[in-house]
Design a protein. Structure first.
Length: 242
Protein backbone atom coordinates (compact mmCIF):
# COMPACT_ATOMS: atom_id res chain seq x y z
CA UNK A 1 0.00 0.00 0.00
CA UNK A 2 1.25 3.46 -0.88
CA UNK A 3 1.67 5.96 1.93
CA UNK A 4 0.60 9.58 1.70
CA UNK A 5 4.28 10.56 1.62
CA UNK A 6 4.85 8.22 -1.33
CA UNK A 7 1.94 9.72 -3.25
CA UNK A 8 2.95 13.29 -2.55
CA UNK A 9 6.58 12.54 -3.36
CA UNK A 10 5.60 11.09 -6.69
CA UNK A 11 3.25 13.94 -7.46
CA UNK A 12 5.78 16.58 -6.59
CA UNK A 13 8.50 14.94 -8.67
CA UNK A 14 6.56 15.61 -11.85
CA UNK A 15 5.90 19.08 -13.20
CA UNK A 16 4.93 20.71 -16.45
CA UNK A 17 6.53 23.97 -15.43
CA UNK A 18 9.43 25.14 -17.61
CA UNK A 19 12.05 25.38 -14.87
CA UNK A 20 11.34 21.98 -13.33
CA UNK A 21 12.57 18.73 -14.84
CA UNK A 22 10.06 16.12 -16.00
CA UNK A 23 10.03 12.82 -14.16
CA UNK A 24 8.77 9.52 -15.50
CA UNK A 25 5.27 9.93 -14.11
CA UNK A 26 2.63 11.36 -16.39
CA UNK A 27 -0.01 13.81 -15.13
CA UNK A 28 -2.61 11.04 -15.40
CA UNK A 29 -0.56 8.73 -13.17
CA UNK A 30 0.03 11.50 -10.62
CA UNK A 31 -3.71 12.06 -10.42
CA UNK A 32 -4.54 8.37 -10.21
CA UNK A 33 -2.22 7.94 -7.24
CA UNK A 34 -3.45 11.09 -5.52
CA UNK A 35 -7.12 10.17 -5.99
CA UNK A 36 -6.49 6.64 -4.71
CA UNK A 37 -5.56 8.09 -1.33
CA UNK A 38 -7.79 11.15 -1.40
CA UNK A 39 -8.99 10.55 2.17
CA UNK A 40 -5.50 11.35 3.49
CA UNK A 41 -4.27 13.62 0.71
CA UNK A 42 -4.20 17.31 1.75
CA UNK A 43 -4.04 18.73 -1.79
CA UNK A 44 -7.82 18.36 -2.06
CA UNK A 45 -8.34 20.82 0.83
CA UNK A 46 -10.86 18.55 2.48
CA UNK A 47 -13.04 18.24 -0.60
CA UNK A 48 -13.69 15.15 -2.72
CA UNK A 49 -11.69 14.78 -5.95
CA UNK A 50 -13.52 14.33 -9.21
CA UNK A 51 -13.60 10.76 -10.52
CA UNK A 52 -10.43 10.18 -12.50
CA UNK A 53 -12.37 9.72 -15.74
CA UNK A 54 -14.22 13.03 -15.33
CA UNK A 55 -13.62 15.24 -18.38
CA UNK A 56 -13.01 18.27 -16.17
CA UNK A 57 -9.55 16.97 -15.23
CA UNK A 58 -8.50 17.25 -18.88
CA UNK A 59 -10.19 20.63 -19.18
CA UNK A 60 -8.26 21.97 -16.18
CA UNK A 61 -5.04 20.55 -17.59
CA UNK A 62 -5.69 22.34 -20.89
CA UNK A 63 -6.12 25.69 -19.11
CA UNK A 64 -2.79 25.21 -17.34
CA UNK A 65 -1.01 24.25 -20.54
CA UNK A 66 -2.41 27.34 -22.30
CA UNK A 67 -1.08 29.74 -19.65
CA UNK A 68 1.49 32.18 -21.09
CA UNK A 69 5.20 31.58 -20.77
CA UNK A 70 8.12 33.93 -21.41
CA UNK A 71 6.34 36.74 -19.62
CA UNK A 72 6.08 38.18 -16.12
CA UNK A 73 4.31 36.36 -13.27
CA UNK A 74 1.52 38.89 -12.78
CA UNK A 75 0.64 38.51 -16.46
CA UNK A 76 0.31 34.76 -15.93
CA UNK A 77 -2.03 35.54 -13.02
CA UNK A 78 -3.98 37.91 -15.24
CA UNK A 79 -4.55 35.05 -17.70
CA UNK A 80 -6.41 33.07 -15.04
CA UNK A 81 -8.47 36.14 -14.13
CA UNK A 82 -9.37 37.04 -17.70
CA UNK A 83 -9.15 33.97 -19.94
CA UNK A 84 -10.19 31.02 -17.78
CA UNK A 85 -13.92 30.38 -17.24
CA UNK A 86 -15.23 31.55 -13.88
CA UNK A 87 -16.22 28.00 -12.97
CA UNK A 88 -12.51 27.14 -12.80
CA UNK A 89 -11.40 30.39 -11.15
CA UNK A 90 -12.78 29.69 -7.70
CA UNK A 91 -13.22 27.07 -5.03
CA UNK A 92 -16.20 24.95 -5.93
CA UNK A 93 -19.15 25.29 -3.54
CA UNK A 94 -20.12 21.60 -3.74
CA UNK A 95 -18.21 18.61 -2.39
CA UNK A 96 -15.77 18.35 -5.30
CA UNK A 97 -12.34 19.98 -5.39
CA UNK A 98 -11.64 22.31 -8.29
CA UNK A 99 -9.03 20.34 -10.30
CA UNK A 100 -7.26 23.53 -11.36
CA UNK A 101 -6.54 24.41 -7.73
CA UNK A 102 -5.34 20.86 -7.06
CA UNK A 103 -2.82 21.25 -9.89
CA UNK A 104 -1.51 24.53 -8.43
CA UNK A 105 -0.37 22.52 -5.39
CA UNK A 106 0.93 19.50 -7.28
CA UNK A 107 2.97 21.49 -9.78
CA UNK A 108 4.73 23.71 -7.26
CA UNK A 109 5.77 20.99 -4.84
CA UNK A 110 3.56 22.45 -2.17
CA UNK A 111 0.84 21.05 0.04
CA UNK A 112 -1.57 22.60 2.52
CA UNK A 113 -0.72 22.45 6.21
CA UNK A 114 -4.08 21.80 7.83
CA UNK A 115 -6.19 24.92 8.24
CA UNK A 116 -3.18 27.25 8.21
CA UNK A 117 -3.20 27.59 4.44
CA UNK A 118 -5.69 28.05 1.65
CA UNK A 119 -4.43 28.28 -1.94
CA UNK A 120 -3.30 31.90 -2.42
CA UNK A 121 0.38 30.98 -1.99
CA UNK A 122 0.11 27.96 -4.29
CA UNK A 123 -1.38 30.22 -6.97
CA UNK A 124 1.36 32.85 -6.64
CA UNK A 125 3.99 30.10 -6.63
CA UNK A 126 2.55 28.56 -9.81
CA UNK A 127 2.60 31.89 -11.64
CA UNK A 128 6.17 32.57 -10.53
CA UNK A 129 7.40 29.15 -11.59
CA UNK A 130 5.57 29.40 -14.92
CA UNK A 131 7.60 32.55 -15.60
CA UNK A 132 10.88 30.91 -14.58
CA UNK A 133 11.08 32.72 -11.22
CA UNK A 134 11.92 30.60 -8.18
CA UNK A 135 9.00 30.66 -5.79
CA UNK A 136 8.98 30.16 -2.02
CA UNK A 137 7.98 26.53 -2.66
CA UNK A 138 5.46 26.69 0.14
CA UNK A 139 1.69 26.67 0.40
CA UNK A 140 1.89 29.02 3.38
CA UNK A 141 1.63 32.74 2.67
CA UNK A 142 3.98 33.35 5.62
CA UNK A 143 6.82 31.84 3.59
CA UNK A 144 6.74 34.91 1.37
CA UNK A 145 7.48 37.28 4.27
CA UNK A 146 11.19 36.57 3.80
CA UNK A 147 11.16 35.75 0.07
CA UNK A 148 13.25 37.98 -2.19
CA UNK A 149 13.85 41.43 -0.75
CA UNK A 150 11.53 44.09 0.58
CA UNK A 151 10.54 46.83 -1.86
CA UNK A 152 8.22 48.20 0.82
CA UNK A 153 8.02 47.43 4.54
CA UNK A 154 5.28 48.12 7.05
CA UNK A 155 5.55 51.67 8.37
CA UNK A 156 6.84 53.21 5.14
CA UNK A 157 4.81 55.39 2.81
CA UNK A 158 3.25 53.50 -0.10
CA UNK A 159 4.30 52.50 -2.65
CA UNK A 160 7.92 53.06 -1.68
CA UNK A 161 10.06 51.17 -4.20
CA UNK A 162 7.28 48.69 -4.95
CA UNK A 163 6.17 48.28 -8.55
CA UNK A 164 3.19 46.52 -10.13
CA UNK A 165 3.95 42.83 -10.34
CA UNK A 166 5.77 42.66 -6.99
CA UNK A 167 4.45 40.34 -4.28
CA UNK A 168 2.14 41.76 -1.58
CA UNK A 169 2.33 39.79 1.66
CA UNK A 170 -0.28 40.14 4.41
CA UNK A 171 -0.33 38.72 7.93
CA UNK A 172 -3.22 38.21 10.31
CA UNK A 173 -2.46 39.99 13.57
CA UNK A 174 -4.77 37.80 15.65
CA UNK A 175 -2.95 34.70 14.42
CA UNK A 176 0.39 35.43 12.71
CA UNK A 177 0.53 31.95 11.17
CA UNK A 178 -2.29 33.04 8.86
CA UNK A 179 -2.16 35.63 6.12
CA UNK A 180 -2.49 36.20 2.42
CA UNK A 181 -0.27 36.74 -0.61
CA UNK A 182 -0.92 38.12 -4.09
CA UNK A 183 0.49 40.39 -6.78
CA UNK A 184 0.72 44.09 -5.93
CA UNK A 185 -0.82 46.02 -8.82
CA UNK A 186 -0.60 49.55 -7.41
CA UNK A 187 -2.06 51.88 -4.82
CA UNK A 188 -5.84 52.15 -5.02
CA UNK A 189 -6.39 55.60 -6.60
CA UNK A 190 -9.90 55.83 -5.15
CA UNK A 191 -9.19 55.01 -1.53
CA UNK A 192 -6.41 55.87 0.92
CA UNK A 193 -4.86 53.00 2.80
CA UNK A 194 -5.72 50.40 0.16
CA UNK A 195 -3.80 48.66 -2.59
CA UNK A 196 -4.87 46.70 -5.65
CA UNK A 197 -4.06 42.99 -5.44
CA UNK A 198 -4.31 40.31 -8.13
CA UNK A 199 -4.35 36.85 -6.61
CA UNK A 200 -6.08 33.60 -5.81
CA UNK A 201 -8.44 32.75 -2.96
CA UNK A 202 -9.75 36.33 -2.90
CA UNK A 203 -13.26 37.72 -2.87
CA UNK A 204 -14.91 40.58 -4.71
CA UNK A 205 -17.67 42.91 -3.59
CA UNK A 206 -20.31 44.80 -5.51
CA UNK A 207 -22.63 43.66 -8.27
CA UNK A 208 -20.47 40.71 -9.29
CA UNK A 209 -19.45 38.68 -6.26
CA UNK A 210 -16.87 35.94 -6.31
CA UNK A 211 -15.41 34.21 -3.30
CA UNK A 212 -12.24 32.13 -2.89
CA UNK A 213 -11.42 33.01 -6.49
CA UNK A 214 -8.78 34.51 -8.77
CA UNK A 215 -9.66 38.20 -8.66
CA UNK A 216 -8.25 41.72 -8.94
CA UNK A 217 -9.42 43.55 -5.82
CA UNK A 218 -8.78 46.50 -3.52
CA UNK A 219 -7.46 45.47 -0.11
CA UNK A 220 -6.91 47.42 3.09
CA UNK A 221 -3.32 47.71 4.29
CA UNK A 222 -4.29 47.96 7.98
CA UNK A 223 -6.60 46.04 10.26
CA UNK A 224 -6.46 42.48 11.49
CA UNK A 225 -5.17 41.44 8.06
CA UNK A 226 -2.38 43.96 7.59
CA UNK A 227 0.12 44.45 4.81
CA UNK A 228 3.41 43.03 6.09
CA UNK A 229 5.64 43.87 3.11
CA UNK A 230 5.85 44.04 -0.66
CA UNK A 231 8.59 41.82 -2.03
CA UNK A 232 10.58 41.76 -5.24
CA UNK A 233 13.09 39.36 -6.77
CA UNK A 234 15.06 38.90 -9.99
CA UNK A 235 12.64 38.13 -12.79
CA UNK A 236 9.87 40.42 -11.61
CA UNK A 237 11.52 43.55 -13.03
CA UNK A 238 11.98 45.51 -15.19
CA UNK A 239 8.93 45.73 -17.46
CA UNK A 240 6.51 44.39 -14.85
CA UNK A 241 4.70 47.71 -14.91
CA UNK A 242 2.09 47.15 -17.63
Amino acid sequence: MLSRRTVLGAALAWSALPRLAHAELSPDEVLRQAIALEASNPVFLGATPLPEDDARWAEARAYLDAAPTGTFPHKVARYFDQAVPESFQERWPDAYANPLIVWFFLETRTKPEGDLTAWCAAFVSWCLERSGVASARSAASAAYRSWGEAAWSNGEALPGKAQPGDIAVFRQLSDPAHGHVGFFMGVDPQSDGRIMVLGGNQRTQGAVRKSHAVTHVSMRTTGNLELHSIRTAPGLRPAATS
